[in-house]
Design a protein around this ligand. Structure first.
Ligand code: HEM
Length: 148
């Protein structure tokens, strides 16, 4: 799951860079400045797709394993969060790029639905991770007399 988050993040990085490269070439050689939809597709690919997914993947790897009897943490819920965030982000990037040409209600509803999927995915991730965010190592060292 950690590798899946991180490799998906790298995929979004290259999608974001490709969109940026395309926008730059168009702006400089065709005088066609990026629309707010295209800039949004570029920045969400990079900041949500790459930065956020990389952070979530590293958090999954970094934080202590769930404590015995922890009923909140669930790998299945993390999997659901992954799909909400990945499909939401991918759909939003595609939808916002298409939005330059089309403005039909289905496309606009789809973009909002994808944004909602991003919110739901990130929320599920942190709700299920909440109990894993604990100071395991430093608690043990404090018991041994160290102070932080
Ligand atoms: C991790 C790398 C990058 C990050 C975090 C990033 C971030 C951003 C942000 C925040 C904006 C919005 C700026 C604004 O309008 O206020 C933007 C716009 C843009 N970026 Fe990037 N970017 C990255 C890489 C690139 C690359 C590699 C290219 C091109 C080779 C590029 C080309 C552009 C273009 C053309 C715009 C639109 C500027 C305009 O409004 O004319 N970006 N980027």
């Amino acid at each position: 799951m950690v590798r899946r988050f991180i490799k998906t993040a790298i995929g979004f990085l290259f999608i974001g860079l490709a969109i940026g490269g395309w926008l730059l070439v168009r702006r400089e050689f065709a005088g066609d400045v990026a629309s707010s939809y295209e800039t949004s597709a570029h920045t969400h690919a990079l900041f949500v797709g790459f930065v956020m997914m990389m952070i979530l993947g590293v958090a999954l790897w970094l934080f202590p394993r769930p404590a015995q009897g922890d009923v909140r943490y669930s790998p299945a819920a993390i999997n659901v969060a992954y799909w909400f965030l990945t499909l939401g982000t991918a759909g939003r990037i595609g939808g916002e790029l298409a939005r330059v040409q089309w403005s039909g209600p289905m496309l606009r509803i789809g973009i909002v639905a994808c944004g909602a999927a991003q919110i739901i995915g990130i929320s599920i991730f942190f709700l299920t991770m909440w109990t894993r965010i604990r100071a395991l190592g430093s608690q043990t060292r404090e018991r041994q007399g160290e102070r932080f």
